[in-house]
Design a protein around this ligand. Sequence first.
Ligand SMILES: Cc1ncc(COP(=O)(O)O)c(C=O)c1O
Length: 429
Amino acid sequence: MKKNIHDLIPGGAHTYSKGDDQFPSNAPTAISHGKGAYVWGIDGHKYLDCPMGLTSVSLGHAYEPVVDRVIEEIKRGANFQRPSYLEYEMAEKFLSLVPQHDMIKFAKNGSTVTTAAVKLARAYTNRDLVAFPHDHPFYSYDDWFIGSTPCNKGVPDAIKKLSVTYKADDLLSLKELFDKFPGQIACVISEPEKDNYLPENYLSDSIELAHKNGALYIVDEMITGFKTDFPGSISKYKVKPDMATWGKGIANGFAFCAMTGTKEVMELGGIRNIGQEKVFLTSTTHGAETSGMAACIATIDVFQANNVISHNHNIGNKLHTSAQQVINKRGLGKFISVTNTDWWPVFNFKDLQENTSSGMKTLVMQEMIERGVLFTGTFVPCYSHTEADIDFFIQAFTETLNIYEKALEDGIDKLLVGPIIKAVFRKYL
Ligand SMILES: Cc1ncc(COP(=O)(O)O)c(C=O)c1O
């Protein structure tokens, strides 16, 4: 008998966000392939894609200029014993987008670069503590971050104690943290913005506060990069953190991530300062595999030749304004909200008691999937999404609201066809 994927792969996937417990039971069990803004389940069903590969696919699935560039490059070889010529080209190209920074290091995963940035900050400051917002979802699968979540089995207490947290986008909370641990915090690492707008000058003020306290500031552009702006929020808000970390959308779904930073900090990971103590920064076999770099170069070329950001923001704007209209028309504003963030509209679903409800969210996902929309509660606009796709989404959403109203009246039990989705970061299975 054919084995279940869970017999072969713990969790049945390679991020917990793709797991069975994150989707209603009518979701495609696996994806066969994707093209543009659509994906096909292995049973042949076609879906409009909303999450776009955990936000990594900024242009569209199997986007030809990217695929062609990757094929061209991999025919010349994937990995070599000395740096490939592409590493220089890639470094120059990416750094030309980030004038705040002088040096760059590549990796295959976002966690690798966020962890590397934290390590470099510790080495630079000779301090141990790392600070990040407790109300942001994810920075790394490494111990310094996972130790701070309920899902911290396997992380030694000594490591957990080195992570300290504050409230996102709240300067006072960050200040209190610095006051509580004077001279001990090596760095603050934070996403620059989420699904809400930032208090004015928050980013520059928080960078200044960190510097005043002798700490470095790392902006994690993993999600915001190539989305809020090009290249990201640090250019949008014109700020200069000591380091920034990049991934997801920068290579249209291919495994290419990077950390950028000022020479003063990044050179610590170099080998030129003879006699200085060596800092073992990232050092990975596949960090500069040619396919990822080719994909990133091609993605940058498409962003530079076309106004991708403006297209994507127009799509996001149409989505959240149309969804809001439907919600208002039905008088469901108390129960459903959608952020007016053009780069990434995020929905929240509540029950009759007006509490955020994973049951209601599961029901919405189930009904959207039933109507051909792979929806997880957010919409990540990409260059392949069209206005017609948004109309298709809104049609499915409008029909789904009929079921939502029924669920508010009669409860969800008879409407859900399977179990309710669960939190990724939970203590027990
Ligand atoms: C803000 C942020 N930072 C870092 C990461 C880690 O990236 P990766 O999953 O590539 O290791 C993620 C992944 O979701 C993320 O959302």
